[in-house]
Ligand binder design. Structure first.
Ligand SMILES: *Cc1c(COP(=O)(O)O)cnc(C)c1O
Length: 364
């Protein structure tokens, strides 16, 4: 291995986190969300580790096809449904579950003829105000779908939360009221819960839950309340120290000289940067682990390198392992320093990062 930058993917952690999700939802079935390449962890490897889920959920027919090509036979829920008419044939052939959020999709499905009918989920806009049918239009859309020859009944119902990550917000409860009202008298299974719903809103579990980020070991909550769910990180981003410099008081470190040494001090240089997907806007002070001990970023993140404060770690050596997030350093903490969420950090690693899969022994 030449450059040391790698993401270790802990497949055991994925299995553990799926078990945590199950422990919260009783008899509800779990659709493990593995869109966007399994939140950047590698969709096929993640699907292998999570093969015990009742279904997978992805964004598009394309993402579902990757899983079918890899040999997965589980139900796959396509969260954004169709993008184009010519995907219908494949969706039916592959036995996908399609979300239907718009009239144009309904029109296509009504005109479609197939010998392998589609399973469909009507998307209800209960307050997220992004995709889906307004409550007053649900009955009409449901009836059209249910009467389509290409659709296998009963049609299912789903919705998505806007604020479930804030346990103090009343908004989730009001979305649940809207969803409950439209689902009344309509047959079919229901699904509402994302990770935050799984962990904090038991009344949202219904027949199916759709956890994503919690499976990768990150807390979905952004409400500052204490306590962290007992999740294990599925990704540890690592590199190594490739230089140790001794700067003088007043020396400025890195591009634009944004960090000035307050005293004579050792500074470590680590082989990782925004070219690997480490966030460029991580400020001085963002924590990193060297040899398992905490220190902090100093100066700007560059494409290939970052600099770190070694004042409290005078004994570290060249090649010392550095953890950017993962085991021992929750990704949520890094996300908070960077003004973003763990989801974005996970998804943004680049192809330059080597992925090492650990703990794989088929389905546990
Ligand atoms: C991404 C997504 C989820 C999973 O959300 P998490 O917050 O990662 O648990 C669930 N449902 C839909 C519709 C999604 O797009």
């Amino acid at each position: 291995m030449s450059r040391f930058t790698r993401a270790r993917i802990h497949l055991d952690a994925l299995r553990h986190n799926l078990a945590v999700a199950r422990s919260h939802v009783g008899e509800a079935k779990v659709a493990a969300v593995i869109k966007a390449g399994g939140y950047g962890h590698g969709a096929v490897a993640v699907a292998g580790a999570l093969a015990g889920a009742d279904a997978f959920a992805v964004t598009s027919v394309d993402e579902a096809e990757v899983l079918r090509q890899a040999g997965f036979h589980q139900r796959i829920l396509v969260l954004d449904g169709l993008f184009e008419a010519d995907e219908l044939e494949l969706a039916a052939a592959r036995g996908l579950d399609l979300v239907v959020h718009s009239d144009w999709q309904l029109d296509l499905i009504e005109r479609f003829t197939t010998e392998t009918p589609l399973r469909c989920w009507l998307k209800v806009d209960s307050g997220m105000h992004r995709l889906g049918y307004a409550p007053e239009r649900v009955k009409m859309a449901y009836a059209r779908l249910a009467n389509s020859a290409s659709v296998e009944g009963p049609v299912n119902l789903m919705t998505h939360f806007a604020c479930a990550d804030d346990r103090r917000s009343d908004y989730t409860r009001s979305q649940l009221q809207v969803f409950n009202a439209v689902c009344e008298e309509l047959p079919g299974e229901r699904s509402a819960a994302n990770s935050a719903g799984v962990l904090a809103w038991p009344e949202s579990h219904y027949e199916w839950v759709r956890p994503g980020v919690m499976l990768y070991g990150a807390s979905p909550f952004a409400d500052g309340l204490p306590g962290r769910p007992a999740l294990e990180p599925a990704m540890t981003l690592e590199s190594r120290l490739i230089a140790i410099q001794h700067f003088r008081r007043g020396d400025r470190v890195g591009y634009a000289g944004t960090f000035t040494c307050p005293e004579d001090m050792p500074v470590g240089v680590v082989a990782i940067g925004y070219g690997d997907g480490y966030p460029r806007h991580a400020p001085s002070g963002t924590p990193v682990l060297v040899d398992g001990r905490r220190t902090a970023l100093v100066g700007r993140v560059s494409m290939d390198l970052i600099c770190i404060d070694l004042r409290d770690l005078p004994d570290v050596r060249i090649n010392a392992p550095v953890t950017l997030w993962g085991q021992g350093l929750p990704i949520e903490e890094i996300a908070e320093y960077c003004g973003t969420i763990s989801y974005e950090l996970m998804c943004k690693l680049t192809s330059r990062v080597r992925f090492d899969y650990e703990g794989g022994h088929g389905e546990g």
